[in-house]
Design a binder for this molecule. Structure first.
Ligand SMILES: Nc1nc2c(ncn2[C@@H]2O[C@H](COP(=O)(O)OP(=O)(O)O)[C@@H](O)[C@H]2O)c(=O)[nH]1
Ligand SMILES: [Mg+2]
Length: 293
């Protein structure tokens, strides 16, 4: 039996959360086409016949401009020295710039084997892949270089096998029915936030957060799970954007969230959303702690 921790780190939008969800077969981490979607480290366990792998999804590594972002980047970097294998996820369809170089420099002196995961290969021509693998191979930084598509699942099985090969021998670290360290109320808030990111544009994705005011589990199998949330925004002018004309936007967010929540929890769900303005919440330690950061 093998077991160990594997962290997925990288630039924002590389596809770390999509890959985590693919690896554990459940949507635990929300995904969007906006950078900085993931704000917490998310632990998720996958059991194989001969191994237990504990995957860590992390916020993208970027230059932090707010206290919130400092915590996000720290959460990612803190995993580097705690894991048995480090997975650096790179968007292979984009040219690597200084941000990517910063991430590669971070893993230079790591004792654990470092895997380079070239993601989004569904977006590039095959002929571009080999030179890319060659190039990164020359750096001597990586124990393995594995091209995958987290979106289609292509080659993810090869990545899993390579990970298990390199894990230390060991008994499972978590009970086999343990999936994630994310509390249900936080998972619920994240689903609401995903819909905010999906339907709103411009500054809202970066300056909004979702606080759970109440999370009531159904008392009987036929009753409703009830979720009461406040969507925080930073400025008065952002409130009407989230609410929408005649409340259309907030209704759309609530309906889409409810559908996902019902699928996730396997029960009927009632969602109540409010919008509140709290300026500079991204600098407020108490709010950040309430958000599980
Ligand atoms: N085409 C394609 N898109 C992907 C792939 N993996 C992730 N994405 C998309 O890239 C965006 C960022 O993904 P996400 O998992 O949130 O990235 P993260 O910030 O690294 O966690 C989303 O729009 C995903 O749907 C992939 O393998 N192929
Ligand atoms: Mg993410």
């Amino acid at each position: 039996m093998k077991s160990g921790f594997v962290s997925l780190i990288g630039r924002p939008n590389a596809g770390k959360s999509t890959l985590l969800n693919r690896l554990v077969g459940t949507k635990l981490a929300i995904v969007s086409d906006k950078p900085q979607t993931t704000r917490n480290r998310i632990l998720a366990v996958r059991n194989y016949p001969d191994a237990q792998v504990v995957f860590l999804d992390t916020p993208g590594i970027h230059r932090p401009l707010h206290r919130m972002n400092v915590r996000m980047v720290e959460a990612a970097i803190d995993t580097i020295r705690e894991v048995d294998i480090l997975g650096v996820v790179v968007d292979a369809s984009e040219a690597g710039g200084r941000g990517q170089q910063f991430v590669l420099d971070l893993v230079r002196n790591v004792a654990a084997p470092v895997f380079l995961i070239l993601n989004k290969v569904d977006l590039i021509r095959r002929s571009r892949l080999l030179p890319m693998i060659d190039e990164h191979g020359k750096s001597g930084l990586f124990a393995e270089i594995v091209p995958v598509s987290a979106a289609t699942g292509e080659n993810v099985d090869r990545l899993e096998r390579a990970i298990i090969d390199r894990l230390p021998e060991g008994e499972p670290l978590y009970p086999t029915d343990y999936l994630t360290d994310q509390p249900e109320r936080l998972l619920a808030a994240e689903i609401v936030r995903e819909k905010v990111l999906q339907f709103t544009r411009d500054e809202i994705p970066f300056s909004s957060a979702v606080l759970v005011d109440r999370f009531e589990e159904p008392e009987t199998t036929s009753s409703l799970l009830k979720l009461y949330c406040t969507i925080l925004v930073e400025r008065e002018s952002q409130k009407p954007i989230v609410i929408g004309r005649r409340g259309e936007m907030i209704k759309r967010i609530g309906t889409a969230a409810r559908e996902d929540l019902e699928r996730f929890f396997g029960t009927r769900v009632f969602v109540d959303l409010r919008v509140a303005v709290k300026s500079e919440w991204r600098e407020d330690e108490r709010v950040l702690t309430d958000l599980g950061m």
